[in-house]
Design a protein around this ligand. Structure first.
Ligand SMILES: Cc1cc2nc3c(=O)[nH]c(=O)nc-3n(C[C@H](O)[C@H](O)[C@H](O)COP(=O)(O)OP(=O)(O)OC[C@H]3O[C@@H](n4cnc5c(N)ncnc54)[C@H](O)[C@@H]3O)c2cc1C
Length: 213
């Protein structure tokens, strides 16, 4: 079963979209796409050809799909921010432990100032990302308009998560490149963040407009 946003009028832009549930079967073909990360979640190209959709498979209002998409975006973006904060925190904790154990030039690498500073910077990024994300979450849960805060939270966490995890990978040295440590997977998975759910560029456009720019 597929939930789809379908053009149901010939109006341009985002107008005339409806949500339809399409059953898999005749007229529906899909082929999985190979990708960098997120291997636990399939992404596919889906083709529809004369696929029959009964009237009761309309979700929400006819031609009202865009509003559903917009409403869903806030939660999706917030969820991505929360996920990025969690991913950064796990990567930081694992890397901190690794850096305290791994010895180079007669002492744990965590005791080399350059590594200690990198970990200190990561701690600041995680803390700041968590605070803006929780602020957005509080507004969202209170039922207030959280669009600006959610946009800020997504922008503050997605590229950061990738950068933080990449730095963690670097601190792991060659081990970080190995699947065994899980950091390479975390880095691959984090790369989707600045793209999915609205790219960082689009987030900046939305935020810019909300700032009257
Ligand atoms: C693994 C994966 C899973 C996904 N899952 C879903 C899903 O479940 N549901 C769903 O709806 N979508 C999903 N997407 C789609 C995703 O939301 C889009 O890929 C993303 O929004 C970017 O759109 P695009 O790929 O069409 O890029 P484009 O819109 O072609 O953008 C290409 C580049 O141009 C930039 N750009 C575009 N417009 C502007 C502008 N006005 N100003 C400045 N820069 C601009 C973009 O930021 C980007 O860097 C998924 C994508 C991936 C990779």
């Amino acid at each position: 079963m597929l939930v789809t946003a379908v053009k149901t009028t010939d109006q341009g832009g985002h107008h005339g979209l409806s949500f339809l549930i399409v059953e898999r079967g005749e007229g529906v073909r899909s082929s999985a796409l190979e990708k960098l990360g997120w291997h636990a979640s399939d992404t596919a190209e889906i083709q529809f050809e004369d696929a029959f959709v009964p009237e009761e498979n309309l979700l929400g209002q006819e031609n009202g799909g865009f509003y559903l998409i917009m409403a869903n975006f806030q939660w999706e973006r917030l969820l991505m921010a929360l996920g990025a904060v969690g991913a950064m925190k796990v990567a930081f904790e694992r890397t901190r432990e690794f850096a305290l154990q791994r010895q180079a030039f007669g002492k744990p690498i965590a005791h080399h100032q350059v590594i200690r500073h990198k970990l200190a910077e990561i701690a600041v990024t995680v803390e700041a990302g968590r605070d803006v994300t929780y602020a957005a979450l509080r507004r969202y849960v209170a039922g207030e308009d959280a669009a600006r805060e959610v946009t800020i939270a997504k922008l503050a966490t997605q590229r950061s998560a990738f950068d933080v995890i990449d730095t963690c990978l670097q601190i792991h040295g060659g081990a970080g490149y190995m699947k065994e440590y899980g950091i390479e997977r975390a880095a691959r998975d984090a790369r989707l963040g600045p793209i999915g759910g609205g790219t960082d560029e689009i987030m900046k456009e939305i935020l810019g407009r909300s700032l009257g720019l």
